[in-house]
Structures are given as structure tokens and as C-alpha cells.
Design a protein around this ligand. Structure first.
Ligand code: UN1
Length: 502
């Protein structure tokens, strides 16, 4: 069976109507072989504007549905995702080039956030606050915010939608999803799964969850529309620099999850076997195409020669190949542009004095497929391409000797998403996690930078955009807070002791 035939039968099984992915002008490809696997009909900007109107109408009804009842919809979505896990995971592997275990893991992440959101639907708590006035009560109430525009990237084509959609729906907000043009099929499939949950739920407002297939002009409609209360955007810092100010200019809210230039710090006391495995997954897993991928590694001079040659060997021997058919740990890059960006970064690294291990193209999968051997680059200093995120498997390795200086270097990049330290020394660990330590939104000890669980808030600082999605209290970003003060006395005392007797 060809990849296109397999894709078709998966889409049909997942419940997507054939006219959504056949016969249209928008081609979609699988990075596994470069083959075309879909021909979609893109939405138009007018269509997107109409979708916003539907979402605004849906909001008026959905916001009045009790939150635990809204949670029931998300519970059903979690059930439908469990039933669809094998097929949707496989489709993620076809469309994003992930290994079977990572494709399934992504769907598991969707299921997990649904479970989280169901519990949350009974826990959208506000505080009761002591008031300074007698006979008064003060409290805060969390209300639904409005339609949420979700812009996602190719590398987590379905999980990031689920993080946002599961929370938004229990919080009372309709969702408008603009997936990456590189992964429209998994988006259609996710919506088909949602449609089954919606049908089981019963009467739902039309336009509660919608998808917009096409180019950046559709995202622009969401970004510019005052009716879209929140834009949650995942992608490059370049994209965030465009989206953030435009949403802010209309006083809309945004949750930005942008680039990462994540680092690991290996200390003298580190468990090197553990560090080796953690770095290998963090840096080479998903072919270096996670925003949490480890891109920089600082190794203490006393263990450099014990660790780095082992890492170089792991890079030379890691299995690369078809993520669908073999046990390959490293699958393809998403496309030719990703390959070219990787080669450009390696050229710049060589020019800056780097010693490059690996990094060349592996002939596999055909002309239109871009498989590479991951690159480990020993750098004399943190300069040139080390300061930038290149969305490919390149790990820049540097030596360190003084702890304070390595923390400075660790933080001396634009992005601030994820970080990790490998140490058995309590002082180093606590310093890394302290206010004077890692400046990232995620700071780990003795695990890599990637593979966060949904229970924590996900996101980062500085050029990563500052947004938080997924667990903890990230839900507050999807609601508006009202402070309510109630006077049940027969007087009208004013706050701050102000007197105004008329
Ligand atoms: C992303 O790459 O945009 O922590 C998200 C991780 C995954 C999510 C990555 N749970 O690596």
C-alpha cells in the first residue's frame, strides 16, 4: 500500500469526509518519503471571518453552560481520543515524521490534558478576600473570556491544539484552530474525533470548535479580529514578533509559545550514564524538532573527556530511517527548508571554530525526503549559530569550569523555554533552580529539556514569549477575572476611610 493510500484509509477510519482531503488545490506531503498524501481545499479569508462570527455566537450560549457540564464534552473527547489513539498516532507519524512511540505519545498527551481539564471543570476557583469595610464581602469570579484563536506548529500538530482546546472549552470559550500548513490532515482528523464527542454530548452551539485550513492569511483574520479574545500561538520567535504586537494593538490577549534554545549543564558529580541517555533523547529525539529540544550542552571540564566521546559515538550509531517501518530513533526533517537551515547553521559553526560530528544527509526515503545524521558540534565558545534556534538536530557542546560563569552563559541567549542540570550536588542543583539560576520557564534536574508532562504550566520567558499553556493554573489565561464587592450592611462606608457626605 502506498503512503497516500494508507493516509486515505486512516482518514476515512478517523471519520474525515473524502472531499476534505481529496481533489483540492492545496497539496500536503509526508516527510517520510516526500510523497503527496493529500489534496485539500483551503479555506478563504472570508470563510475565516464567517467562522469568527459563528464562534462569537457560540460563545453567547456556551458561556452559560455550567462548567462541569462543559467538562462532560471534554470527557467525551478524551474517550473518543482513546478509541482513535492508534489511528491518529499513526497519522501523526505519517504527517510529521515521528516514530510510532512518539506519534502515540502525542495522542496520549491529548488524552491526558482532557482528563486534567475534566477535573478542572469543577475547580475554576476564585478567592474570597478579607474586606476592610464592615458588612461587606469581597470575592473574585472567573468568567469565560470569548473565542480563542489557536495557531499551532507542525511539530506537535495535534497535542498543542488539545492543550488549548481542552482548557478553553471547560473555561467556556469556543476555539478556532489554524494548524500549520504542513500538517493539515491530522487537524482534520482531530476535528472528526471532536465531532464524535460533540454528537454524543447532544445539543451544542454551532461553531464551538472549528478548524481553518490554509495559509497565514487565515491566522491573520484571527489575529486582527476583536471578536477573538485570546490568541494562543505556537511557533517561531519571528512569527511571535508579528502576532504579539498586532494582538496587543487591539488590547487582545495572547499566549505566546515561541522559540527555545534549550541547554543542559553537566556538572562534575553528574551520573554520566543518565546524562548520556537524557541528552541523546533531548537533542536527537523527534529529529531535533521540538521547541524543547536540547540545543546547547555545557560540560564540566573534569568530565568532558568521559562524556563527549561517548556522545559522539551515540551520534554516529543512532538509527536513522523510516519512522513507520523500523525501530529508527531519528526520523526525517519536515522538509527541504529545514535541511537547508541545518546545513547553513553547520557552515556557520565551522566558520566560528566548531568541530562538527555528523550532520550530513542520509540517503533514505527518496528525493523529496530529508533524513540527516544528527550533528554534535564541539564549540570553543558560545558564538554565532549557537545563539540562535535552528529547528534541526544540532547540539553545540562547550566546556565549563566555574559554576557562576556557566549559569551566565546558560542564560545569555534570547530564548528562555527549557533547561536542565545534571548533578548530584545539592548546592549546584538548588542554585540552578534559584532566582539567580536558570532563567527559563522550565528548569529540570537530572532529566533532559524536553518531554514535559501536561500537569505543569508549559512555556518560557524572554523571546519564548512568556505564555503558559497546559497544566497548573494556565487555565486563568482563558478566563476573565471579576472582583466582586457586596455590601450587605445598612451603611455605605467608603474604602480607604474616604468621607463623602451629601
Ligand atoms: C513543542 O515542541 O511545541 O515537552 C511542545 C515536550 C512536549 C511538548 C513540546 N510535551 O517536549
Amino acid at each position: 500500500m502506498t503512503l497516500r493510500d494508507e493516509t486515505k484509509s486512516l482518514l476515512l477510519r478517523l471519520g474525515v469526509a473524502p472531499d476534505r482531503f481529496e481533489g483540492g488545490a492545496m497539496a500536503s506531503f509526508s516527510p517520510v518519503s516526500g510523497a503527496q498524501v493529500g489534496a485539500l481545499t483551503p479555506d478563504t479569508a472570508e470563510g475565516a471571518a464567517a467562522a469568527v462570527e459563528r464562534a462569537a455566537t457560540a460563545f453567547r450560549a456556551w458561556r452559560m453552560v455550567p462548567a462541569p457540564r462543559r467538562g462532560e464534552l471534554v470527557r467525551l473527547l478524551g474517550e473518543e481520543l482513546r478509541a482513535a489513539k492508534a489511528d491518529l498516532g499513526r497519522l501523526v507519524s505519517i504527517e510529521a515524521g515521528k516514530s510510532p512511540s512518539e506519534g502515540l505519545g502525542e495522542v496520549q498527551e491529548m488524552i491526558d490534558i482532557c482528563d486534567f481539564a475534566v477535573g478542572l471543570s469543577r475547580q475554576l476557583y476564585g478567592l474570597t478576600i478579607a474586606t476592610e469595610r464592615p458588612g461587606h464581602r469581597m470575592m473574585e469570579t472567573w468568567h469565560p473570556l470569548g473565542p480563542v484563536g489557536v495557531i499551532t506548529a507542525f511539530n506537535f500538530p495535534v497535542a498543542v491544539w488539545a492543550w488549548n482546546a481542552a482548557l478553553a472549552l471547560v473555561c467556556g470559550d469556543p476555539v478556532l484552530w489554524k494548524p500549520s500548513e504542513k500538517t493539515p490532515l491530522t487537524a482534520l482528523a482531530s476535528m472528526a474525533v471532536f465531532a464524535r464527542a460533540a454528537a454524543r454530548f447532544g445539543a451544542l452551539p454551532e461553531g464551538l470548535a472549528q478548524v481553518l485550513i490554509g495559509g497565514p492569511e487565515l491566522g491573520e483574520v484571527l489575529v486582527e479580529s476583536p471578536k477573538v479574545a485570546l490568541i494562543s500561538a505556537t511557533g517561531s520567535t519571528r512569527m511571535g514578533r508579528i502576532v504579539g504586537p498586532r494582538v496587543a494593538a487591539r488590547f487582545g490577549r495572547s499566549i505566546l509559545e515561541l522559540g527555545g534554545n534549550n541547554a543542559g549543564v553537566v556538572c562534575a558529580s553528574a551520573d554520566l550514564d543518565m546524562a548520556l541517555r537524557a541528552v541523546a533523547f533531548g537533542a536527537m529525539g523527534t529529529a531535533g524538532q521540538r521547541c524543547t529540544t536540547m540545543r546547547r550542552l555545557f560540560v564540566h571540564e573534569s568530565v568532558y573527556d568521559a562524556l563527549v566521546p561517548r556522545l559522539v559515538r551515540a551520534y554516529a550509531s543512532v538509527s536513522i530511517g523510516n519512522p513507520l517501518e523500523t525501530n529508527a530513533l531519528v526520523g526525517p526533517l519536515i522538509d527541504r527548508a529545514a535541511y537547508e537551515a541545518m546545513q547553513a547553521a553547520l557552515t556557520a559553526a565551522r566558520a566560528a571554530g566548531g568541530t562538527v560530528h555528523g550532520g550530513s544527509r542520509v540517503e533514505f526515503g527518496g528525493e523529496g525526503a530529508y533524513y540527516v545524521r544528527p550533528a554534535l558540534v564541539e564549540m570553543p565558545a558560545q558564538t554565532g549559530p549557537v545563539l540562535e534556534e535552528t529547528f534541526a538536530p544540532i547540539l553545540y557542546v562547550m566546556r565549563w569550569s566555574a559554576f557562576d560563569a556557566v549559569i551566565e552563559d546558560h542564560n545569555a541567549v534570547g530564548a528562555g523555554l527549557s533547561s536542565s542540570i545534571f548533578t548530584l550536588d545539592l548546592r549546584e542543583m538548588e542554585q540552578f533552580l534559584s532566582a539567580a539560576g536558570s532563567d527559563c520557564g522550565i528548569a529540570n534536574v537530572n532529566i533532559g529539556t524536553s518531554g514535559a508532562e501536561i500537569g505543569g504550566a508549559f512555556g518560557g520567558e524572554k523571546e519564548t514569549g512568556g505564555g503558559r499553556e497546559s497544566g497548573s493554573d494556565a487555565w486563568k489565561g482563558y478566563m476573565r477575572r471579576a472582583t466582586n464587592t457586596i455590601n450587605y450592611s445598612r451603611e455605605l462606608p467608603l474604602a480607604q476611610g474616604v468621607v463623602f457626605d451629601i
